[in-house]
Design a protein around this ligand. Structure first.
Ligand code: FA5
Length: 346
């Protein structure tokens, strides 16, 4: 029965050491010393070979091992809780501190005006289409009745990628693409997007700008529908009092064609540097879709007619918000953007 004594001694020593341990590390060392594979209690199992009553030995071994494990586990739990509490105290958050200011962003004025234009036309039953900025000559010119020797190409000289591909010079190629897709079915779309052409940069011109194309095709569409649509758009965008002027013009893809001007916001029509002394600023080109263009895109021009327009987005924004120079849209001057946002929300 010697082993009983031995177990008692091992348990009393290990318990004493466990009670004396003051850190998690010291406690772990006690566990290693007695309970690891070669620990003082663990190796006692080898003595089972020497005893007769193996069952009693086994029970004594298990009791000793379980008792020490229970003591170590409960002490370990106490230490761990104390450690967590200590860390929590160190990480105390002072909720009386003022919060940090964060800067709230705004929608860029350029995109804001696009949304406004879209809202107006959606309200009139239009849907929104998209088209590629890198375009084929075929859609940008050919299908719009501007063959390769046509002088109208000179006015929209552009940035070519190769002989048949260019950065689109206007959003009108979307007309051709939409007609091709719809083939003899009614159409009522707008398409906002970037356009590019070799142009002098000044207060109202840029070599890269944006347009919104509009196209309506159905039976019995006439010039009166076009005029009413543009008048409604201008009044919704600029207010009931803003005047518009239709000048007859020429586009190879519309017949007849018009250019639409709005009285200058900067000088109220008196004449200033912004409107080049005329009192008017041109915002869009429009007209009845040339029957030849309808036919080229697969429509029967005896059944269908349509109108189209191309609005200069920056010009609309300039008039709407009283911006004097188109280049401000591209300079990314935060002072301009901030003052503009306030102005819009006033
Ligand atoms: C066109 O681009 C035609 N595709 C418009 C059109 C569509 C006519 C459908 C008929 C039917 P235009 O080159 O005039 O037309 O340009 C249309 C509008 O874009 C102008 O009224 C103007 O508001 C704007 N715009 C033209 N050139 C510039 C430029 N360099 N910088 C800024 N805005 C411009």
């Amino acid at each position: 029965m010697d082993y009983i004594k031995e177990f008692e001694e091992l348990l009393s020593n290990s318990t004493k050491e466990a009670n004396e341990a003051s850190t998690l590390e010291e406690l772990a060392n006690v566990r290693i010393k007695y309970l690891s594979k070669k620990g003082l209690i663990s190796v006692m199992i080898n003595k089972i070979r020497e005893v007769e009553d193996k069952k009693a030995f086994g029970e004594a071994f298990k009791n000793c091992k379980d008792s020490l494990e229970a003591i170590l586990n409960s002490k370990q739990e106490v230490f761990q809780k104390a450690k967590i509490n200590e860390e929590l105290l160190k990480e105390k958050i002072d909720i009386t501190l003022n919060g940090r200011d964060f800067h709230e962003g705004n929608i860029n004025p350029f995109f804001k005006i696009i949304r406004e234009i879209e809202d107006i036309f959606i309200g009139m039953g239009y849907t929104i289409e998209d088209g590629p900025e890198v375009e084929k000559d075929h859609y940008n010119f050919e299908l719009l009745n501007i063959p390769s020797d046509h002088p109208a190409r000179d006015m929209q000289d552009s940035f070519y990628i190769d002989e048949t591909t260019l950065l689109r010079t206007h959003t009108s190629p979307v007309q051709a693409r939409v007609m091709e897709k719809n083939q003899n079915k009614p159409v009522k779309i707008i398409c906002p997007g970037k356009v590019f052409r070799r142009d002098d940069d000044d207060m109202t011109h840029s070599h890269q700008f944006a347009q919104v194309e509009g196209l309506v095709i159905d039976k019995n569409i006439n010039m009166g529908n076009l005029k009413a649509t543009l008048e409604l758009f201008v009044k919704k965008m600029f207010g009931e009092k803003r005047e518009i002027r239709l000048r007859s013009s020429y586009f190879p893809f519309t017949e007849p064609s018009v250019e639409v001007d709005i009285s200058c916001m900067n000088c109220n029509g008196k004449g200033c540097s912004m409107c080049k002394g005329t009192g008017w600023i041109e915002i869009l080109g429009a007209g009845m879709v040339n029957p030849k263009v309808l036919e080229m895109s697969g429509y029967d021009s005896n059944v269908y007619s349509g109108f189209a327009f191309g609005i200069g987005i920056e010009r609309v924004a300039m008039l709407r918000y009283g911006i004097d120079d188109i280049r401000r849209f591209y300079q990314n001057d935060i002072r301009f953007l901030n003052s503009f946002v306030k102005k819009v929300e006033d």
